[in-house]
Design a protein around this ligand. Structure first.
Ligand code: PEP
Length: 250
């Protein structure tokens, strides 16, 4: 069901002690009574600790990535079963850093999505254009292709476990944010594309998050847009006060 979500992607930041400190600061400062689901995505090695510390709280835990195979000879990789066996029910797939630095393609990501869903995980699937795409007015095409190639093989029922994150690559970690109007325009396009393929109910029930330099001072305006259901937060998720202020923007 469509609802508000703020998810913090910690990337390759925070060691074990720092993870514990950030989690306890967030727990201490998080306002209650907000209509927003809060998720954090620490590194793989700190997921167990996060699951343990956040047990009986209303903050959920997500992995930042996952391998597509069930298991086997894939040195250094992490499977869906390993994640769910420690209580991780959410996974971020298709982040632009995975696409860019680790050459993850739409076809590979479609595979990862299938594996995650098979293990009853919820997928936060990232899509978004690069600066050159927007300059060449190709941004709608790029996002359309990422949606189709990564997710449109799914049946409508599978979409209850899909959350989308629109993250224009040029806005990630750059301090440059899409304007609220640019975010709304793309989110509306994404919902419309899903409506064409799957119908009204699937389109209206999917949560679409915006990601790209969301900060305490711009979150409220971005989140106020009709088709924006929250944010995937990078840099600002690493400071408890900023992350909590972003949650508080709802
Ligand atoms: C991200 O990496 O998903 C992200 C949105 O990062 P930042 O908020 O730092 O732009």
């Amino acid at each position: 069901m469509r609802h508000n979500i703020v998810a913090g992607n910690w990337k390759m930041n925070k060691n074990a002690g720092e993870t514990a400190k950030l989690l306890s600061d967030i727990l201490n400062q998080l306002p209650s009574g907000k209509e927003v689901e809060v998720l954090v995505a620490p590194s793989f090695v700190n997921l167990s600790q996060a699951i343990h510390m956040l047990e009986h709280t209303n903050i959920g835990v997500a992995a930042q990535n996952m391998h597509q195979a069930e298991g086997g000879a894939f040195t250094g990789e992490i499977s869906a079963d390993m994640l769910t066996s420690i209580g991780v029910q959410n996974v971020i797939l298709g982040h632009s850093e995975r696409r860019q630095y680790f050459k993850e393609t739409d076809a590979l990501l479609a595979n990862k999505v299938d594996t995650a869903l098979k293990h009853e995980m919820r997928v936060i699937f990232c899509i978004g254009e690069e600066l050159k795409d927007r300059q060449n007015k190709q941004h709608f095409n790029v996002v359309d292709n990422q949606l189709r190639d990564g997710l449109f093989h799914l049946g409508a029922n599978a979409w209850v476990n899909i959350v989308l994150a629109y993250e224009p690559v040029w806005a990630i970690g750059t301090g440059e944010t899409a304007t609220p109007e640019q975010a709304q325009e793309m989110h509306q396009f994404i919902r419309e594309t899903i409506r064409h393929k799957y119908g009204e109910s699937t389109a209206e029930n999917v949560s679409i998050l915006y990601g790209g330099s969301v900060k305490p001072d711009n979150a409220k305006e971005i989140f106020s847009k009709t088709d924006v259901d929250g944010g995937l937060i990078g840099g600002a998720a690493l400071k408890a006060e900023d992350f909590v202020a972003i949650v508080d923007a709802f």
